[in-house]
Ligand binder design. Sequence first.
Ligand SMILES: Cc1cc2nc3c(=O)[nH]c(=O)nc-3n(C[C@H](O)[C@H](O)[C@H](O)COP(=O)(O)OP(=O)(O)OC[C@H]3O[C@@H](n4cnc5c(N)ncnc54)[C@H](O)[C@@H]3O)c2cc1C
Length: 364
Amino acid sequence: MTGPRVLIVGAGIAGLAAGRALARHGIVADIVERVGEWRAEGTGMYLPANAVRALDELGLADAVEERGARVRRQRVVDHRGRSIAGMDVDDIWGSGRCLAVHRADLHRILLDATRDLPVRLGAVLTGLAGDDQVKATFSDGSAGVYDLVIGADGVHSSVRGLVFGARAARPVGQVCWRFVAEGFPGIRDWTLYTGPGRAFLTVGIGGDRVYCYADLMGESLDPSLNENWRARFRDFADPIPALLDQGGDALPGLIEEVSPPVWSAGRVVLIGDAAHASSPNLAQGAAMAVEDALVLADLISNRPVDEALTAYRERRSPRVSWVQDQTHHRDKLRKLHPAVRKLSLRLAASKFFVAPYRPLRERP
Ligand SMILES: Cc1cc2nc3c(=O)[nH]c(=O)nc-3n(C[C@H](O)[C@H](O)[C@H](O)COP(=O)(O)OP(=O)(O)OC[C@H]3O[C@@H](n4cnc5c(N)ncnc54)[C@H](O)[C@@H]3O)c2cc1C
């Protein structure tokens, strides 16, 4: 083994991307994951062009396209299906491809790409101690000493809790349900149906599968709402009612963010949702996670750890803050009166579709 001893906590998108990126620089990290066994879980994901470019740098974008689908257009319609605004993704990104994929397929691709790395399942991080050398302890009684610990353990990160104290995620004001419906080969575009206080997104994820995401304004998921949420979308235009009939095992969720982002302390650094979970309204979660992994691995491979962590924060902070500011802006748009929102979208479609992504066209 060469380079620093590195522990990655969490084998989700960020953790596996970091494992792969470090391995490409000759650094073999230990990866621990609390889940004891992988199951094909989750629903769909939209991956804008900067996410696909980052996956391409890991050599994985073609595999994602093979398992998923190319998305060529984004559209916003009202809840009756009447067009409000739309744009080809080429006009948003200039170049590059946008994809949509089942989350389980993306995860499988990342797992296959890291199969030579030591990934330990069923290991929950319980403690971190030390400055230059960090001692990590795990629920099974084992321990290890590392030069660097990377917290890639998601929005409710234990690493963030252990090292940064009470920097908890907070609700942004939406509750959501996600599912994948089959038998809809005609649905391909990213299409957002908007009604007062409600939104329903559809996008094809390959074959005849459609990823559906429905949300309502709210900060908690009470059980009766969870039972009856479909009723709130029954007045939406076709094909929403047909898609809803397939939504039996929808995945409920509360949208939360970690804002401002939390980066590093001593020899512990955060990446992905652990550092900066954001509202998914720009679909930048995977993009930011994989970009974090690429930038951090590159820096770790060519300078001392402490310098690398300072440089990582400096490189990532403006970009991630931009994304979070844009998600806040999109959330504010939702609170406008529907007629005002429609008019502003019609008059300034590029403000909605292009402006939030413009700086992200550049490499991270
Ligand atoms: C409703 C919704 C829709 C979204 N849609 C999109 C989208 O369309 N496109 C997009 O790009 N992003 C989307 N996102 C965001 C995206 O899901 C996240 O940004 C992404 O999953 C972050 O990856 P991660 O690896 O940081 O975290 P995670 O995917 O949460 O992975 C964290 C991993 O760490 C493990 N772990 C946790 N704690 C511990 C511990 N103590 N010890 C060991 N292991 C641990 C977990 O089991 C998990 O495997 C969406 C998010 C939400 C909520």
